[in-house]
Design a binder for this molecule. Structure first.
Ligand SMILES: Cc1cc2nc3c(=O)[nH]c(=O)nc-3n(C[C@H](O)[C@H](O)[C@H](O)COP(=O)(O)OP(=O)(O)OC[C@H]3O[C@@H](n4cnc5c(N)ncnc54)[C@H](O)[C@@H]3O)c2cc1C
Length: 424
């Protein structure tokens, strides 16, 4: 559907004497999207629907999209339906854009060129929606053998490609101490480890497995979950709060905190995180006052483009600080999808010669706080611009003691937006 704003934007560009989506030389303008997660797919869908005149390529290393939202229930066999899988080639052909399965290894912002596998792709507009990287260094140093062992034996399940291995691990867990870490610092979907802990504990209880989950938590947990752990799962969850991991020996199966050495039989190591590697390669990490690079991408908070480069837009979990008032936006699928929509609109406006209006995103996250019977919590974040130009955040939590599938309905609405149809 063309909105009034799209229509006006188009009118202005035509008035300027140029056809939609063409560069001054008359060629079609090219948009390249790196990463086909929630942010990248939503941006692609919006661009294709509203601006068919733009040439659009989505580059993604995987062949199949899988959802991390709702994955905790799926991991323990409690999802109301199968976790959707979407073949990228099929989605792209139905929507009418080009999909290239490749690893982007370099971005040359001077020449506006992306190296995707053996191919070089030129762009007029680039959207980086590449998600996160695991940063094992604080716990494992730079020991490649230990890092490889942790990835293989104790995957976090924080990138979709690890879900099958993790599900098999949880299926096969027959007892003993299962350890799961909760890292400090900004991370993907902060309530996710606690929701997963509830699912694991409920499964241990219902399958009458003599075993427990050792939750080694860098912080103090979340109030609602702490209460559930104590009231319902005190035999299944041992929650070690404010525990700073110092080292992990994946071969001897020992984790050291500053006070203890903890032995484990099996583990899910959720490590500290940062923006995907390609962000660093492209020179887009945020810097501190002394110019030292941080772990996340720097960006213009009002327009979501890179600092000093209005041809490159950044979307989703890879983003760093949005405001000194609250730090980073929540790293949620909902947020990534909203930002995908916002940058698509910004590119459409800019390609038509119109300055984009600043638009702020919002976030909504549904998590299970208990099962048997189920209880859920909806965490909503809203944003507004203060008079001095800073973004203000308001977060509200709603507890729902009688959920009726709101989480699934929420997921389906987002899928429909990014796939142009309901998931199969
Ligand atoms: C267990 C769990 C539960 C969650 N539950 C919820 C929830 O209930 N609600 C919610 O809103 N959010 C939830 N989230 C968070 C949500 O999954 C993320 O916020 C979301 O995936 C972020 O989207 P994104 O587009 O930024 O990144 P991603 O979805 O990770 O997409 C990035 C894509 O980029 C690709 N990529 C990266 N680098 C390259 C490269 N160099 N070349 C080619 N391709 C590349 C990756 O393969 C990936 O497909 C959950 C997360 C976890 C881990």
């Amino acid at each position: 559907m063309t909105t009034r704003r799209d229509f006006l934007a188009g009118g202005l560009a035509l008035a300027a004497g140029r056809a939609f989506g063409q560069s001054p030389g008359g060629a079609r303008q090219r948009v390249v999207i790196v990463g086909g997660g929630w942010g990248g797919l939503t941006a692609a869908a919006r661009l294709r629907r509203v601006a068919p005149e733009l040439e659009l390529t989505l580059v993604e290393r995987e062949a199949v999209f899988r959802s991390l939202p709702l994955s905790n229930a799926w991991l323990l066999g409690r999802a109301p339906e199968a976790l959707p899988r979407q073949d990228y080639a099929a989605v792209a052909s139905a929507m009418g854009y080009r999909y290239l399965q490749a690893e982007v290894s370099a971005i040359d912002r001077e020449r506006r060129r992306v190296q995707a596998g053996p191919q070089a792709l030129d762009y007029d507009w680039l959207i980086l929606a590449a998600g996160i990287r695991y940063d094992y260094a604080p716990w494992l140093g730079d020991d490649p053998r230990a890092i490889e062992a942790v990835r293989r034996l104790y995957p976090a399940g924080y990138v979709a490609g690890e879900l099958d291995v993790l599900r098999r691990k949880l299926d096969e867990f027959k007892g003993g101490d299962l350890l799961m870490t909760v890292p400090s610092g900004p991370s993907r979907c902060p309530p996710a480890p606690y929701e997963r802990a509830v699912m694991i504990a409920a499964s241990l209880k219902s399958r009458k497995i003599t075993g427990r989950l050792l939750l080694v938590d860098a912080g103090g947990g979340m109030q609602r979950f702490n209460r559930v752990f104590a009231e319902r799962y005190k035999d299944q969850i041992q929650h070690l709060t404010h525990a700073t991991v110092k080292a992990i020996d994946p071969f001897a199966r020992i984790l050291a905190t500053e006070f203890d050495e903890i032995r484990f039989d099996d583990a899910i190591i959720i490590p500290p995180q940062g923006a995907a590697d390609i962000v660093r390669q492209a020179g887009l990490l945020e810097t501190d006052a002394a110019g030292r690079p941080g772990a996340w991408a720097g960006f213009d908070p009002l327009h979501l483009h890179a600092v000093g480069d209005e041809r490159v837009f950044l979307v989703g979990d890879l983003l760093g600080r949005a405001s000194p008032l609250f730090g980073a936006y929540p790293k949620s699928a909902h947020m990534a999808a909203r930002q995908g929509r916002i940058v698509a609109d910004a590119i459409i406006a800019r390609s038509r010669g119109v300055p984009p209006a600043p638009t702020l995103p919002d976030s909504e996250c549904h998590v299970h706080t208990a099962v048997d019977p189920a209880e859920t919590m909806r965490i909503e974040a809203r944003y507004r611009l203060r008079g001095d130009g800073l973004i203000v955040q308001t977060v509200r939590q709603h507890e729902d003691p009688q959920p009726r599938g709101e989480d699934v309905a929420w997921g389906r609405a987002l899928y429909a937006e990014m796939l142009g149809r309901n998931p199969t």
